[in-house]
Design a protein around this ligand. Structure first.
Ligand SMILES: NC(=O)c1ccc[n+]([C@@H]2O[C@H](COP(=O)([O-])OP(=O)(O)OC[C@H]3O[C@@H](n4cnc5c(N)ncnc54)[C@H](OP(=O)(O)O)[C@@H]3O)[C@@H](O)[C@H]2O)c1
Length: 449
């Protein structure tokens, strides 16, 4: 690298005045990039950055604990390898790339970088879902940028597409498949007719699922991404603990059989929408749901992800591709770096409207529902169910029963006309007290549009 690296004039004056330095990319000058976290994504980011020797970005620092064990051959000799975050943060790098993950010390290092007049790129969904608004505010105060395109959907340009490409629209709904592990498990159950436990074991053996799959299976990983998408797309601040999560482990092989009868399949769907009234209420949830077999989302296979953004003017836009992996995720990180490098003027990201706090947050969608019962069969069961449902104003659409189940463990399905899921849940609590159940009824929303 022979070109001079951008020197911030502001940083010299600010050190005299004692205020935070304001680094602004100067057109045509190289920008120094410091990387913290040389793991799966960090290694790919270093590879991509050092291949492009004619661009504006130059990787100058790589930081990781036990750095000697992390060193790899083939990267330019000028790169400084260090296990001291302090050394990197007090250096003259213009942009910090944070790829260690977790809340701390990642959060503290990002705050220090922003206060020191550096912009930040991170893939850290946990941190951004917890502290995104605070960090964006700090970046705005310091005249810097914080970009987190890799935190949702790996290499899919969903955040940048929504924030930049759809900035002219008013989005009212974001939904999609945000967790490749759940998608892998559900597509295997669908294709092979296997149980959840068998599909999970296979996913673990092939490295698609962690030894402890809780965060994926319970929906917590998707929920963190939905929080970020809600903020980026709907401009609404929501906390993870406000979004309902339901696990995919309650899905059984027979549910795919019944779903197919309904021309549907089952996926873990993350969905957030402004409500139909004044738009100040947010309805959001992560849950398994029935979706039409003919829909784009049903064709998302294995570990792929898909995000749809629906706006008042442009209608529905779809972003899909590999939602994880070192190289795809590194593309999103490096694209964010290029975006920062391109902006020589005031930082675009931090000038975006700060997200508003919704008047209320709920998890109830007014849609048709699928309810699967496993019962010890006897006459009158359907009539008893219909009596309770009608008390809650809920109409039955259809009853499906496949032949071949033993009478003592008979599985059948009811589909219900559109109803508010919170009203239905109250009805199902009453239904669960009836004496014929072998297992608790399973209720899934049907997202047919
Ligand atoms: N992998 C993906 O497909 C993917 C996709 C989207 C987003 N992300 C996000 O990208 C980030 C990085 O993920 P990854 O898969 O690259 O993780 P990873 O492979 O575990 O890499 C993390 C690296 O950071 C280092 N590290 C952790 N804590 C540290 C500390 N306190 N001080 C110094 N170094 C530390 C680790 O060192 P040790 O080796 O010593 O532990 C490791 O080299 C996470 O926020 C993740 O959520 C990952």
């Amino acid at each position: 690298v022979t070109e001079p690296v951008a020197q911030s004039r502001a940083s010299k004056s600010s050190s005299r005045s004692g205020t935070a330095p304001k680094r602004r990319p100067q057109p045509g000058k190289k920008l120094k990039v410091g990387l913290i976290g040389f793991g799966t994504v960090g290694r790919s980011v270093a590879k991509l950055l050092t291949r492009d020797t004619h661009g504006r970005l130059v990787l100058t620092h790589i930081c990781n604990r036990n750095i000697e064990s992390k060193r790899v051959a083939g990267l330019p000799a000028h790169i400084k390898w260090t296990d001291s975050a302090d050394e990197l943060l007090s250096s003259d790098v213009d942009i910090l790339v944070e790829l260690i993950g977790g809340l701390e010390p990642a959060g503290e290092w990002i705050r220090r970088a922003l206060r020191a007049g550096k912009s930040v790129v991170t893939a850290n969904k946990l941190l951004i879902s917890e502290c995104g608004p605070e960090l964006v505010k700090l970046a705005r105060k310091m005249g810097q940028r914080i970009e987190f395109g890799a935190s949702v959907g790996g290499g899919i340009p969903a955040i940048i597409g929504i924030q930049e490409g759809l900035a002219g629209d008013r989005l009212y709904k974001i939904s999609g498949i945000l967790n490749g592990t759940c998608n892998y498990i559900l597509t295997k159950m669908e294709a092979n007719g296997t149980s959840f436990a068998v599909a999970l074991k296979e996913a673990q053996e092939l490295g698609y699922a962690e030894a402890d799959p809780t965060s994926d299976v319970e929906g917590f990983d998707s929920r963190a991404k939905l929080v970020i998408l809600t903020q980026a797309g709907l401009r609404m601040q929501v906390r993870s603990d406000q979004i309902a999560c339901r696990p995919i482990s309650s899905i059984e092989a027979v549910d795919f059989v019944y779903a197919r009868e309904l021309n549907c399949t089952i996926r873990q769907i993350s969905s957030a929408q402004r409500d139909n009234g004044d738009g100040t209420r947010l309805v959001a949830a992560v849950q398994p749901a029935l979706i039409p077999l003919a829909s784009l989302i049903a064709h998302v296979q294995g570990s792929e992800n898909l995000v749809t953004a629906t706006g008042e003017f442009a209608g529905r836009m779809v972003f899909s591709g590999f939602g994880a992996g070192g190289d795809p995720t590194a593309v999103a990180v490096v694209s964010d770096l290029h975006s920062i490098a391109r902006s020589a003027g005031p930082p675009a990201a931090v000038l975006r409207a700060i997200a508003e706090i919704p008047a209320s947050v709920g998890g109830e969608f007014t849609v048709p529902h699928y309810v699967r019962f496993v019962v010890n069969d006897r006459p009158g069961i359907i009539a008893e169910l219909a009596t309770v449902l009608s008390r809650y104003g809920i109409s039955i659409n259809a009853v499906l029963q496949k032949p071949g189940f033993p009478q003592s463990s008979l599985s059948f399905v009811m589909t219900l006309e559109p109803c508010d899921s919170s009203v239905l849940n109250r009805g199902l609590e009453e239904i669960a007290r009836l004496d014929f159940h072998v297992r608790k009824p399973l209720c899934l929303p049907m997202f047919l549009e």
